[in-house]
Design a protein around this ligand. Structure first.
Ligand SMILES: NC(=O)c1ccc[n+]([C@@H]2O[C@H](COP(=O)([O-])OP(=O)(O)OC[C@H]3O[C@@H](n4cnc5c(N)ncnc54)[C@H](OP(=O)(O)O)[C@@H]3O)[C@@H](O)[C@H]2O)c1
Length: 335
C-alpha cells in the first residue's frame, strides 16, 4: 500500500506549456494518455505511481475515452479513484479529457456520432470518474451516417450544459475538420483541438490537416507519438514479455508489425538520438514538438520510468537541418 501523496513543489519549474490554438488554454508539451496500462487488468499501484510522476513533472493534462481499459470504462474508473485518493484538491490544476465515438455498449445508441450516444456517454464518463465536468469532450471519430450538425450540436450541448468546458474532434480528415469547425463556430462553441495520430512513422497529418489547424487557430495534440513503443529502444533486442506487442490484448500493435525493416530504421534512429544525447523516445517526441503548431504530444507509458524518460524530451526540441535530413533518409530507406 502506498503512502499518501503530496505533489512536488517544483512541478511547474521545467515543463513547457503551449497555447492551444488561439484559445486561452495552455497545455503541457507532453500529456499523458490512459488508453493502455490503466485498466482493471493492469497493476493499479503502477498506474497510480505513473499519474503521480506525471503530475510531479508538470503534466497537467490527462486524456481518456469512454472505452479505455480493458475492460472498456475501467481506465476512467481507475482514474477517478486515483483522483479521489491523490489529486482531489488539485482538480483546478488539471485538464481532463474524454471522448465518445467507438463501440461502448450494445444496441443502436452505443457508438458513432448521434446526439443520443454522445450525451449519454458523457454522463456515464462523468459518473465513472466522479467528476462534475471534463475539460475537453471529443467526438472520437467522424460518423459517416450522422449529419455533422447533429454530432457538433451534441458537443455544443454538452459544453452549454456545463458537462465539458471545451469541444474537440479526433480522427477527422482535413475536409471533415473544416466542416466540423464551421458548424461549431456557428454554434458559438469553437473547436478547441484536434487529436490526430502523428509520429515519424505516421505522417498523414502533414498532408493537409496541420495546415487546416494552423490557419483555423485550432490546437493539435498528437497521439501514438512513439508508434505505440516502436519508436523507442523497447524492441531493439527482441519482444519483451511485458511489452504491448506481447500482450494477448495487443490488437493495435502486434508482433507482425515489428519487421526487420522497421527494426533497422529504429536502430539507426536510436544511433542518431544518441548523438543528440537523447533516448530514441525523447528524440521522437522532440521531433514532433519542433513544430509550434503541435500543442502537445500525447504519450502512453507503462511505468513512471518511461514517463520520466519521455518528459526529458523537452530539454532539446531543436534539430539542425542535417539531423532532419538524416531522419528523412532513414525513414525512407527500403531495407
Ligand atoms: N484519439 C484516438 O483515436 C486515439 C487513439 C490511440 C491513442 N490515443 C491517445 O494517445 C495516447 C497515447 O497513445 P499510445 O499509448 O499509443 O502512445 P505511444 O506513446 O506511441 O506508445 C506508448 C507505449 O510505448 C512504450 N513506451 C513509452 N515510453 C517509452 C520509453 N520511454 N521507453 C520505452 N518504451 C516506451 C510503452 O509500451 P509498453 O507497454 O510496451 O511498455 C507505452 O505503453 C493514448 O493513451 C490515448 O490517450 C488516442
Amino acid at each position: 500500500m502506498q503512502k499518501s501523496y503530496a505533489p512536488a513543489n517544483d512541478r511547474y519549474n521545467t515543463m513547457l506549456y503551449r497555447r492551444c490554438g488561439k484559445s486561452g488554454l495552455h497545455l503541457p508539451a507532453v500529456s499523458l494518455g490512459l488508453w493502455h496500462n490503466f485498466g482493471f487488468l493492469d497493476d493499479f499501484e503502477n498506474a497510480r505511481s505513473t499519474i503521480q510522476e506525471a503530475f510531479d513533472l508538470g503534466i497537467t493534462h490527462f486524456d481518456l475515452a469512454n472505452n479505455y481499459g480493458p475492460p472498456a470504462g475501467s481506465a476512467e474508473e481507475n482514474f477517478g479513484r486515483i483522483l479521489k485518493m491523490d489529486l482531489k484538491s488539485h482538480r483546478d490544476e488539471m485538464i481532463v479529457s474524454t471522448k465518445a465515438g467507438y463501440y461502448m455498449w450494445e444496441g443502436p445508441y452505443g457508438e458513432w456520432g448521434s446526439r443520443k450516444y454522445l450525451v449519454s456517454s458523457c454522463d456515464q464518463s462523468l459518473k465513472r470518474m466522479g467528476l462534475e465536468y471534463v475539460d475537453i469532450f471529443y467526438s472520437h471519430r467522424p460518423d459517416p451516417d450522422t449529419p455533422f450538425e447533429e454530432t457538433m450540436g451534441a458537443l455544443d450541448q454538452i459544453v452549454r450544459q456545463g458537462k465539458a468546458l471545451y469541444a474537440g474532434i479526433s480522427n477527422y480528415s482535413p475536409e471533415q475538420t473544416k466542416k466540423a469547425v464551421k458548424i461549431l463556430n456557428d454554434l458559438g462553441t469553437p473547436c478547441l483541438i484536434h487529436q490526430p495520430k502523428y509520429s515519424m512513422f505516421e505522417r498523414t497529418p502533414e498532408k493537409g490537416l496541420l495546415h487546416v489547424l494552423k490557419t483555423g487557430g485550432i490546437g493539435c495534440i498528437v497521439f501514438s507519438p512513439l508508434a505505440q513503443g516502436l519508436l523507442t529502444n523497447r524492441y531493439l533486442k527482441g519482444i519483451p514479455e511485458d511489452s504491448r506487442a506481447a500482450k494477448p490484448s495487443a490488437l493495435f500493435l502486434n508482433k507482425e508489425d515489428i519487421t526487420p525493416e522497421v527494426l533497422n530504421k529504429v536502430a539507426k534512429l536510436n544511433e542518431l538520438a544518441r548523438t543528440r544525447k537523447q533516448s530514441l523516445a525523447q528524440m521522437a517526441i522532440a521531433w514532433l514538438l519542433k513544430d509550434e503548431a503541435i500543442t502537445s504530444v500525447l504519450i502512453g507509458a507503462s511505468s513512471p520510468k518511461q514517463l520520466a524518460d519521455n518528459v526529458g524530451a523537452i530539454q532539446n526540441i531543436r534539430f539542425s537541418k542535417s539531423e532532419l535530413q538524416e531522419i528523412e533518409i532513414i525513414l525512407n530507406q527500403k531495407t
